[in-house]
Structure formats: structure tokens, C-alpha cells
Ligand binder design. Sequence first.
Ligand code: GLU
Length: 433
Amino acid sequence: MNPSVVTRFAPSPTGNLNIGGVRAGIFAYLFARHQGGRFILRIEDTDRERSKKEYEENIIESLQWLGLEYDALYRQSDHTARYEELLHTLVEQNRAYVSKEEHTENGGRTEVVRFRNPNKVIRFDDLIHGTISVDTTELKDFVIAKSFTEPVFHFTNVVDDWDAGVTHVVRGDDHISNTPRQILIQEALDAPSMLYAHLPLILDGDRSKLSKRKGAKALTEYRDLGFIPEGILNFDAFLGWHPAHDVEILSKAELIEQFSLERVQKSPGIFNEEKLLWFNHEHLKKLSDTEFEIRLKTFSKQEFDARLVPLIKERAQTLAEATGLLAEYDFLDTASPDKNLLLQQSTLDAETTKTHLTALVGMLKKIESGNFTQSPVKEVVFPYATAQGRGAVLWPLRVALSGKENSPDPFTLAGLLGKEKTLARIEKARGLL
Ligand code: GLU
């Protein structure tokens, strides 16, 4: 535990937060919480043209949904005075200078602020990649602001990490190449150094970059497709990390407890939507029946019989699938089987089937109403079906009860329907033969 740890997630609001992009936030969060430290959300809206309020809202909504609570929220657009002040300081100290640049397009001139590069070798110990050392000479005197009120990403990023007391920068390894430049700025500002953990890339199953179509879908889209935060969190945590043991299904609390940067791999994490579905299904099954019922009611905006929950929970990988399954259970209200289906597309003999249904009515009548659940029904029906031929007995019974080609087994159905409805439906089916 190290409660002085401070991490941050610093997305740019230039698009909805996607399932790959949030991974850096998840790792920064898990690390901070594991250490008992702080986790900050910083909206990097320095690029005013590309930043949009709706994307900022999407980022916040997604993190809330996922359960990544942050201790503070900053926005770069609120810090312009601070950046301006520090740019002036650097220029006064001759660590940066104003440079008049010719515009190639229109021949006009503008002034930019350039960093006076000390041309040295920067070394840093990346917690995932090991020691990285770069000669910064080739970066030349790079631009840190387009004007005193228009700082660029490298500058604002460093100032904000410093001001927020960030101790560990956890981010994608596409930022490794930015780090030497950012350390130079940090040193010029006399800001304390921080530790870096650059996370491996996330690639698609065929090792190509994640695309919008595959994997780079927004978290809110996955939410609307019926994925639950527990599933997504667990899936994302495994993109480049895995715990010391084989258990894969982990709750948020377990992820926090087990997470360590030492176990983050260098090689790319592979995005696999099948695996995501699997994680989601496992977490759906872990929900209590009551909790599942609440989530499915909210998602499907439908009322339904709570006794369906255990049946649906086993089968549905997402809440959208569960909603689809609800429709399969509409026979609870009414069922109208047809003769052809009762006789399994006319492969069963009508007279024999009628005899079976009559026998079943006789047996089921003996079970008391209060005790008419799946297992007593199975106890009387199953031995009879085994003796007479299971298909010949159970098929027509199931169709009589559900009216459908596909449905749960007849014992479950009878239990759900209760004695009165079960007997009435068998009688009705018998009347068709
Ligand atoms: N705003 C940067 C991005 O979206 C984050 C940079 C960082 O985490 O330092 O990639």
C-alpha cells in the first residue's frame, strides 16, 4: 500500500469513450485503488477544434456506468491562465523563446513558443518496458505553444500532471515516444519527475489495429447491447494483464486486490469479442436472481414473471439476449398448439398420443396443487415416458403446454404453469386429436 500514489486517466474528448480506450483508465484506476491512492479524471480538451462537450459527457457517463469513481475531475480548458503564466516564466528564464515563423501557405508570419532543447539523453525507467533512453537532439527546439494562450498537448499534459501531484503515468505505449519531450519540459519547469507505465497495444484477433467496427465500439454502445459493467471491466482488465493464478472471473474488488503493474505484459493484448461475451455471461450468471431481475427489467423496460429468471440467466449472454428470451416465455399467458406440431410434424400416431395425454392427466391429477412444481411432476411423468418412449410422451406434452416448437422441458413448464393450467392445456390438446 502506498497512499501517496496518484494516477490519472486523461482522455481527449474527441470521440465516445471506446472499449479499448478505457483500458488505460481501468489500469490507472486499479493501480491507484490497490495502493489506497488517488485516481483523477482529466479531460484533455486542449485541442479546442476537435474537443466536443458531448464526448466529454460520454466519457463521464461511461466511467460512472463502469464504476470507475474518480477523486477529482479536471478540465484543461479551465487551466489556461496557469499555462500562460508558465509559458511566460519559461521564456523569461530563457528555457523557451518566441519564434517568428513564416507561413508557408499565405506568406504571413506568426509567433510560436519553442522549447530551447538542451540536447541531452533522457533516460527513464518504464515500469513495463524497462529502461528507455533517447537522445533528444533530433527533436530540435520543438513547439510548446502556438501562442501564449494556445499551448500544445505536451506542455499542458506535463503541467497538469505536475499540478495534480501525479506520481504514476499509466497510459498506452503509443505515448512512449512523447515521454522524452515531456520529461524535458518537466525538468525545465523544475517539476518533480514521475514514474511511467506504458501499456501494451490492443490488437484485433488478426493482429490488425482495432477498428470502429471491431472492438473500438463505444462503451455506451456495449451497454445498450446488454453488456454489464462487471463483464466489461473484467474483460478489459485482461487486455494485457492477468492475475497470478488461473481464476478468470473477478469482481471489481478482486481486480483491485490482485492488480499489479509488474504483471502487465509487454506484448499486445488481443481483443476477442467471443471472450467478451463469455465474461459477460459469467458475470450475468453470478448476479443474484433479484439483481438479475432488476437489471433485466431496467434494460428490457418490461415486466415479467420473476420465476423465469433462473431459466433465462443460464441461457442469455447479454441482457439483449435475455430480452429476446422473454418473448419465448409468452406461453405463460396463452398457448395454442396445432395438431401437426403436437404430433411432431405428424410423425407421431394420433391415437397413441391421445392415450398418453389421457394417462398423463390421470397421473398429474394426483399431485396436490400446492406441491405442483417441477420435481414432483418429473417424478411421475419421467418413469412413464421412459417406459413408453420419451419422444412419444414428452414431445406432445411439451407442445401441449407451450404451443411452441422450442421451449423449456415439460417439467419446468408444468411447474411454471401450475396444476390447473397444466391440466387444462393437456385436455385442450387431447381434444385436437
Ligand atoms: N490525451 C491523451 C490521449 O488521449 C492522453 C495522454 C496521457 O495519458 O498522458 O491519448
